[in-house]
Structure formats: C-alpha cells, structure tokens
Design a protein around this ligand. Structure first.
Ligand code: PTJ
Length: 249
C-alpha cells in the first residue's frame, strides 16, 4: 500500500485491508476472510469507525470476566491472527489466558502457520494444533467443532473474535461464558454471547490490553461489580440506537 498517503481520508481502513491481504498471501487468512472483513467494514462505517461508549463498557466487562476466570481461553482464527497478533499475545499474558487456534475453514497447514505466526509475536504456547489433545463439540456443525482438551474444552471463559454462528450457543450449553468481538450486533454470536464488543478488532484489542493492565491491579470485588452491573442486552440495544441515529442523521 506504499502509494497511499497517510493523509488519505481512508488511510487507516486501507492499511488494515493491506494487512489482511498480507495475511492472505502468507497463508493465514482464507479468501472468505477477506469478504468477512468487508462485511465488518460496512458495519464499522455506520458506527463512524470509532469505538463507542457502549463498546468501551463491554470491553471493561469482558476484561473483568477474563481476569476473574479460572481457565480463560482466547480463540484465534485467520483474520484475528493477521490483524492483531501482538495484542492477542499481550492480552493472553496479562489475563493469564491460553491461546487456541480454532478455524471455521479447517486446515492443518493453516493451523500450523497461525501458531508459528503467534509464536513469532511472543506466544509461548499455542493450543489447537496437536491431534493427541484434540476433542470435539458435537453441537457445532463446522470445522470449529475441533477443540483442544487443554484449551477451549477446559475453559470457563472463551473470547471469540470474529465468530461465525453456532459455536457460541454450543459453548454456552457447555456452561462456558462467551465474550464476542463482532462489528455486526445482529449476528447470532453477538446476540448469544455474555459480553458482546461491537467494535473493530483492530481498535478493541489494544483497548482490552490497556484495560486489562489497569484492572489486573484491582480487587476481585471490583471485577465482580463490573460484571454484575453490565447488561449485554441493554448494551446491544443502545448500540442499535446509536447506529440507527447515525443512519437517520
Ligand atoms: O480463519 P477461519 O477459517 O476461522 O475463518 C474466519 C472467517 C472470518 C472467514 C469466518 O469465521 C467467517 O466466515 O466469519 P463470518 O461468518 O463472516 O463472520 C465474521 C463476523 O465478523 C461478521 O459478523 C463480521 O461483521 C465481523 N467482522 C469482520 N471483520 C471484523 C469483524 N468484527 C470486528 N472486527 C473486524 N475487523
């Protein structure tokens, strides 16, 4: 993207696209990941391409949930790995969470490439690539059903950025708490998650890291209070209203 000036009005959006295309060329992202990003961009445009106060509230609740969890896991797909690898690793460190590669379009080769890429960004351990630890969630009807016994299978809280559907419901049935990051507040994942961050992952992840660093010094009582006072349904409704108002005006 060398020819685009940083003063171009869409410079940031073009930079993120280029990053995803690089991820595609490097074998981290599937072609479908490029179209999924386009869908996200459309919602982001309506949101004004900025983190809303509602998203900030969800970020705070999500971080509190991760910090309070006994076995938090961050699920990583191709797009997430390409866009925010360093931030995923940092968040996992601060929240003491495990990182697991979990793909909608399953591929052993891509799993290995994503794990290697995350290790290059500082991850000590990346789960989801070893057959001997692999198990299945029967209720999930995609390649995402394959999970790691040491990771998602044992987790009490799972962060699922850029999710695609039925897995959130299945994880909830298994008694896990789910945190979603999804620019589409109408998606099944957004609706079913315990905490939904309606924001672009490239903005949300750095904010989560910042917040996690600050909250990790706070008391467990404070973390519990943050979670109790957060209402995901109300927060999603407020996000819809924000989008509608922006469309009207
Ligand atoms: O790497 P894989 O095989 O696991 O595949 C990853 C994709 C993203 C292709 C797969 O999970 C998929 O098909 O997802 P969907 O069903 O297109 O859903 C992705 C959701 O993420 C949509 O609701 C998009 O609006 C949203 N989204 C896309 N880009 C972003 C985003 N949300 C936050 N930040 C983004 N940058």
């Amino acid at each position: 993207m060398g020819r685009v000036s940083p003063r171009h009005p869409r410079a940031e959006s073009l930079r993120v696209r280029a990053q995803l295309v690089e991820g595609f060329k490097a074998g981290l992202v599937v072609p479908e990941g490029l179209t999924a990003h386009g869908r996200g961009e459309a919602f982001d445009y309506i949101l004004g391409e900025q983190t809303s106060e509602h998203a900030r509230r969800a970020i705070e609740a999500a971080v509190a949930m991760l910090l309070l969890a006994k076995h938090p896991v961050i699920s990583v797909n191709g797009n997430t790995a390409a866009l925010v690898p360093a931030e995923i690793v940092e968040l996992a460190k601060v929240a003491n969470a495990k990182i697991e590669v979990n793909l909608f379009h399953g591929s052993v080769k891509r799993e290995a490439s994503i794990a290697k890429w995350l290790r290059r960004h500082g991850a000590k351990e990346v789960l989801g690539t070893e057959l001997k630890f692999s198990t299945r969630i029967k209720e999930v009807h995609s390649d995402r059903r394959k999970i790691d016994r040491r990771g998602i299978a044992a987790a009490d809280v799972v962060l699922v950025p850029l999710e695609d559907g039925d897995r959130t419901e299945a994880l909830k049935k298994l008694g896990k708490r789910v945190i979603a990051i999804d620019l589409n507040p109408m998606s099944r994942t957004a609706q079913k998650a315990d905490v939904t961050i309606v924001d672009n992952i490239v903005r949300a992840l750095p904010l989560m890291v910042k917040r996690a660093k600050r909250l990790s010094h706070g008391s467990k009582t404070k973390l519990r209070e943050i979670i109790i006072s957060f209402d995901n349904e109300a927060n999603l409704k407020a996000t819809f209203r924000l989008m509608l108002n922006r469309l009207k005006s």
